[in-house]
Design a protein around this ligand. Structure first.
Ligand code: GRF
Length: 196
């Protein structure tokens, strides 16, 4: 059984789609835990409903960033995941965590990296007037959204598109592709099935 740990800080819609799809596909993959730095994250409620164990490391309860990250590393080592999946995790992982799990941590970002790294990527792309945007799934390195790209999917911004319609389309794309990329990484299947 391959173990996944998901890190999320907020809504958790990607977390939910990963749990549902991996279960629906009856893969040899279990979501061992959701770890969150935010006890109020909606992702925590989703985890309760989906019966995924939750580990709350509420950031505000720690004396320093370093202490928080040390405990996070301990938890991750204890869970010994095959893959750590960032899904709306709003903190930068420090080098000592990235190093410990090199090429075992992935992230999803709602733009076509290297365009629009960092926060509010959908809105920034929309306001910049680009004709195409999309999603990127990448390995996590020490930088902000700079790790090696695993998969990208692109959508055309339509005439009459609003920020809200674009957000919906981006999230649909994320929910579709993130579980599929995870499945392929953990089952070492060819990716040809998802290449259009
Ligand atoms: C997604 O848009 C993801 O690309 C970004 O954060 C958002 C998380 O959404 N990293 P959710 O919490 O999974 O709903």
């Amino acid at each position: 059984m391959k173990r996944i740990v998901v890190l999320a800080s907020g809504n958790g819609s990607n977390f939910e789609s990963i749990v549902k799809k991996t279960r629906e596909w009856k893969l040899n993959i279990e979501i061992t835990a959701l770890i969150t730095d935010n006890k109020n994250a909606f992702a925590v409620k989703r985890a309760g409903r989906l019966k995924v164990p939750v580990i709350i490391l509420h950031y505000g309860d720690f004396v320093s960033k370093d202490e928080y990250n040390r405990i996070l590393l301990e938890e991750l080592k204890r869970l010994s995941p095959h893959l750590i999946v960032l899904a709306g995790y709003m903190r930068i992982l420090p080098p000592f965590i990235v190093n410990e799990f090199r090429r075992k941590i992935i992230n999803i970002h709602p733009s076509l990296l290297p365009a629009f790294p960092g926060l509010n990527a959908i809105e920034r792309a929309f306001r910049a007037g680009v004709k195409y945007t999309g999603i990127t799934i990448h390995y996590v390195d020490e930088g902000v959204d700079t790790g090696e790209i695993i998969e990208q999917r692109c959508i055309r911004i339509r005439g009459g598109e609003t920020l809200s319609s674009l957000e919906k389309r981006i999230h649909r794309l994320e929910h579709y592709y993130y579980p599929r990329v995870i499945k392929d990484l953990l089952t070492e299947q060819s990716r040809s099935d998802i290449i259009i």
